[in-house]
Write a protein that binds this ligand. Structure first.
Ligand SMILES: Cc1cc2nc3c(=O)[nH]c(=O)nc-3n(C[C@H](O)[C@H](O)[C@H](O)COP(=O)(O)O)c2cc1C
Length: 163
């Protein structure tokens, strides 16, 4: 199985999870970077990121290297923003034809639900449901054993289901 882990991360939680998943699956890692970054300030990140997610924006991305034909499995990762996925992922989904691919999803949150985030990604892609989904709470906060256990289980399930 050849996999790619495609993710957006503002503050590093989703990046850490993406790196751990990619290592376990021996997958290519494809970070998404908006051309105009979101301000990382304590208040402004919630204002601008929340607004961008709520209005379902699709911000322009810096160039990235991705050929869907190379992969059996695409693992998409995002932080939860205002209950949904972060807009850079929307741009990626719209720029690429993903509906024929096997997909898995993971999302980092600070404790809220990821159900709407996952269903909205699936709706945006317009394909059959993801083969597996993983919710993580701020992996950078240090519950390393718990994070490792969740990621190991997620990757084992993917290997079993996708081959
Ligand atoms: C704009 C914004 C909105 C957020 N909205 C939610 C939310 O609705 N539910 C939640 O549990 N966490 C929310 N968070 C917290 C992040 O999802 C969480 O800290 C995540 O681990 C951050 O990932 P990152 O470090 O990869 O950016 C929000 C964070 C930001 C910046």
């Amino acid at each position: 199985m050849k996999a790619a882990v495609i993710y957006y991360s503002l503050e590093g939680n989703t990046r850490l999870a993406a790196e751990l998943i990619a290592r376990k699956l021996d997958a290519d890692l494809i970070p998404l970077t908006p051309s105009k970054g979101y301000p990382p300030g304590k208040v402004s990140k919630y204002f601008w990121g929340g607004k961008s997610a709520t209005f379902a924006e699709a911000p322009k991305l810096e160039p990235y290297d991705f050929d869907p034909d190379l992969y059996d499995l695409l693992v998409l990762g995002t932080p939860v923003w205002a209950g949904t996925f972060a807009p850079p992922l929307r741009t990626f989904i719209r720029e690429n034809h993903l509906s024929a691919k096997k997909l898995a999803l993971f999302a980092c949150c600070s404790g809220g639900s990821t159900a709407k985030c996952f269903s909205q990604i699936e709706r945006e892609i317009g394909s059959v449901p993801a083969v597996s989904k993983l919710r993580l709470i701020d992996p950078l906060l240090g519950r390393q054993e718990e994070v490792d256990r969740s990621i190991t289980g997620f990757c084992a399930e993917l290997t079993l289901r996708v081959g």
